[in-house]
Ligand binder design. Structure first.
Ligand SMILES: *Cc1c(COP(=O)(O)O)cnc(C)c1O
Length: 240
């Protein structure tokens, strides 16, 4: 898990660039509060995660259960000091049979997208000292392709179920802009969905939107969390 110095410098440079983009977008949007940067480390080794933590990254995201599990095990073994911080987010599609375990390995599940997951994550949350933070992932596709996310029509009932679960704390929404649409257009829909959602769930103000290619558009609509991978870590290796 030793960190290669050249890699550390590369990550530091990527991080600096993205931080500047975020600062510029925040100014441009006339916002005072900068969104939280969640660095997405999926497909990259745990040594990168360690380097990023040492570079001051406060939040990291993973999207695959197996990989998350291996990384947490590796940290437990070699760097237990990094188990509590950075804050770990799960941002990938959740399989029901893995949901409880994921809930036990992270601080925030951003991809709660169907009622069936609520009792599974609730069970994980109930075993912790504090409830598990969850975001509801909204599907922004105009015609769903099953890539994850609850339809805007089904969002209110899912939100209700999450709020009833005592092991969970409903913190807000997450979304991914569809690939074949201008992000500004998709995020405009997201802003409307969120406004509506906040009338019933005024405390759940987190909005996780924006990735390497569209973070500026997300900052503009009030994203509180950005999930950035490749702009910091480089292009991901092909699926293992
Ligand atoms: C991989 C991933 C990201 C990061 O994407 P980049 O384009 O590499 O910044 C963000 N959100 C989700 C849900 C992802 O799966």
């Amino acid at each position: 898990m030793a960190v290669d110095e050249a890699r550390r410098a590369e990550l530091a440079a990527g991080l600096e660039q993205v931080r500047q983009r975020i600062a510029a977008a925040t100014r441009e949007a006339g916002r005072v509060d900068e969104p939280t940067l969640v660095v997405v480390t999926k497909f990259f080794p745990v040594s990168d995660l360690v380097a990023l933590a040492e570079l001051g990254v406060t939040d990291v995201g993973e999207s695959r259960e197996q990989e998350l599990h291996e990384k947490v095990d590796a940290l437990r073994e070699a760097r237990p000091d990094l188990l509590g911080t950075p804050t770990r987010h799960f941002i990938g599609q959740l399989q029901s049979k893995k949901a409880k375990r994921v809930g036990s390995l992270v601080d925030v599940v951003q991809s709660l997208d169907r009622p069936k997951l609520v009792p599974l994550l609730d069970a994980a949350g109930s075993e912790r000292d504090t409830p598990l933070d969850v975001l509801l992932q909204v599907d922004l596709e105009e015609e769903s392709r099953g890539r994850g996310g609850v339809s805007p029509a089904d969002l209110p009932s899912l939100a209700e179920a999450a709020e009833q679960a005592t092991g969970l704390r409903l913190r807000g929404l997450m979304a991914v802009a569809p690939r074949d649409e201008e992000p500004e257009r998709a995020f405009a829909r997201l802003a409307d969905i969120r406004e509506n959602f906040l009338t019933n769930h005024p405390e759940a103000r987190v909005l996780s939107a924006g990735m390497s290619g569209d973070l500026e558009a997300a900052v503009k609509i009030g994203a509180t969390h950005l999930r950035v991978g490749s702009a910091i870590l480089g292009s991901r290796p092909a699926a293992r």
